[in-house]
Structure formats: C-alpha cells, structure tokens
Design a protein around this ligand. Structure first.
Ligand code: ATP
Length: 250
C-alpha cells in the first residue's frame, strides 16, 4: 500500500469544521473545513495573505477561533490554550523560527524537554534525523545559517513528541542546498508516521512530499486534491485566483 493510500484509510486525527479566524474585522480564515488523517502529509499553499499562517496558528491554539470547531483525536480543542494542545501532541514550527538567539542548538532543543510527551524524539534522535546539527550542538543559534536554524526549530518541535506537526514557511529564506537538507530530513520524520501540515511558498517542493495539496485564497480553500490528481497548472491557477470556480468550495 502506498503512503497516500495508507493515510486515506487511517482514522481522522484533526477535524476542522467551519472555522473562522479574524484579525479584528478582517476574516483571515473564512469558514474552512478540513479532515486530516493520521500519518497524512498536507501541503497548504497560497499567495501572501491567503490565511495559511493564521490557520496554522488557529490549529495550534495561538489564535482564537471566532466560529467553528477544531477536534483533535476526538476531543474538541477549540477553546483550549496552546500549551494544552502541545500536551495533546500538536506542535507548531512558526514562521521565522523563533529560536533563542543566545542559546546553543542543544540548549534550544532542551527548552522543549519540560513539555515533552513520551516518545521516540530526544535530543540525540533529533540530531540523528538532522545530521547537519551534530557539529553545531554547542553553537549559538544567532550564528547559524537559515537552514540550520530551521532544522533546530523543527527539532525543537519534534522533542515534544507531537502527533501533528505544523510547519510554517518551511523553506523561506533558505539557500537551495539548505532546503534540500531540511526536506530530506523531514522525509525521514514523515516516514516515522507523523502527521504533517506544511506551508511553503515553494509549491513544487512541498507537493513532492505531500499526500494532499490544499490551495488557499483569501481565507478559503479553493482547490484540494491528492497530489497525484492535481496538475501544476491547476495549482498555479488556484494560487493566483485565476480560476475561482475550481475546487473545494469551503
Ligand atoms: P504569508 O505567506 O504572507 O504569511 P499567509 O497566507 O500566511 O500569508 P496570513 O499571514 O494568515 O496569510 O494573513 C491572512 C490575512 O490576515 C492577511 O490579509 C493579513 O494581512 C492579515 N493579518 C495577518 N496577521 C495580522 C495581524 N497580526 N493583524 C492584522 N491583520 C493580520
């Protein structure tokens, strides 16, 4: 069975229904619904301002829902604060990475240990999955390259042993070789069965590791489908809003 097929038959882990998220009067996410199955990888794509970051923050509990529900593992988490959701297994790697600049790589990873759920991810296993970090254990985060910072930020999220990993702007600002390294390590993380929702401006790259691609435009899902079913043209059209009648309609 392919990974995509396996994900299709797995049980729903995250169920979002009619979710609306606002910034003041602006509806950044407008009544979207989404079911993510255990072990599935979703690429969430869309132009700047489409609402991707706000949606990820809403799932992680960093942005309060104005309407709708978010259910994780059968539990309604819509009103739970972020730290309770981390405890349940939801981890967000935010845009911009947000590392502690004056702490070393190992210290940044250690920060997450207090809230760690039991599981496979430890400092050592993270460094094994992201080998570029091995020689950098004692190096301050401020002196790392973008790719090394991104690897550290993903590693920090993994240490909480999440069941759902939310990654925002995975390759933003990274050199091509760093993107390669981060994606190749991420593939091994996905291979271990983590559920992943990933945002990346690099649509082609994101689509290569996703089971399903969802395109957002102005707070709505305008296209959604299995990676193999969508053409690059369909995704590009939806991305730029050239074909507003296409897609999921939520
Ligand atoms: P980007 O790729 O630029 O991060 P995005 O798809 O992640 O875009 P969001 O950052 O979620 O989109 O933004 C969605 C909408 O909400 C945009 O219109 C944006 O201007 C607005 N917005 C985002 N953050 C805030 C904020 N803190 N205050 C007010 N409006 C905001």
């Amino acid at each position: 069975m392919t990974a995509a097929r396996a994900a299709q038959s797995a049980r729903p882990q995250l169920v979002i229904e009619q979710l609306t998220l606002r910034h003041g009067l602006l509806e950044a996410v407008r009544g979207v619904s989404l079911t993510v199955r255990e072990g599935e990888t979703i690429a969430l794509v869309g132009a700047n301002g489409a609402g991707k970051t706000t949606l990820l923050r809403g799932i992680a509990g960093a942005h309060r829902a104005s309407a709708g529900t978010i259910t994780f593992d059968g539990v309604d988490v819509t009103k739970l604060p972020g730290h309770r959701r981390v405890g349940m297994g939801i981890a967000l790697v935010p845009e911009g990475r947000r590392l502690f600049a004056n702490l070393t790589v190992e210290e940044n990873l250690s920060v997450a240990i207090q809230r760690r759920r039991p599981g496979r991810w430890t400092i050592d296993s993270v460094i094994e999955a992201f080998p570029m970090l091995e020689p950098l254990r004692a190096q301050r985060a401020a002196t790392l390259s973008g790719g090394e910072q991104q690897a550290t930020a993903i590693g920090r999220a993994l240490i909480s042993n999440p069941r759902l990993l939310l990654l925002d702007e995975l390759s933003l600002g990274l050199a091509p070789v760093a993107v390669e390294g981060v994606y190749s390590s991420l593939k091994s993380v996905i291979g271990e069965g983590s559920t992943v929702v990933l945002v990346d401006q690099d649509i082609t790259r994101a689509a290569t590791i996703a089971d399903r691609v969802i395109c957002m435009l102005e707070g709505r899902f305008v296209l959604e489908g299995a990676r193999d079913e969508l053409t690059r043209e369909q995704i590009t059209e939806a991305y730029f809003g050239l074909h507003r009648s296409a897609g999921a309609g939520t």
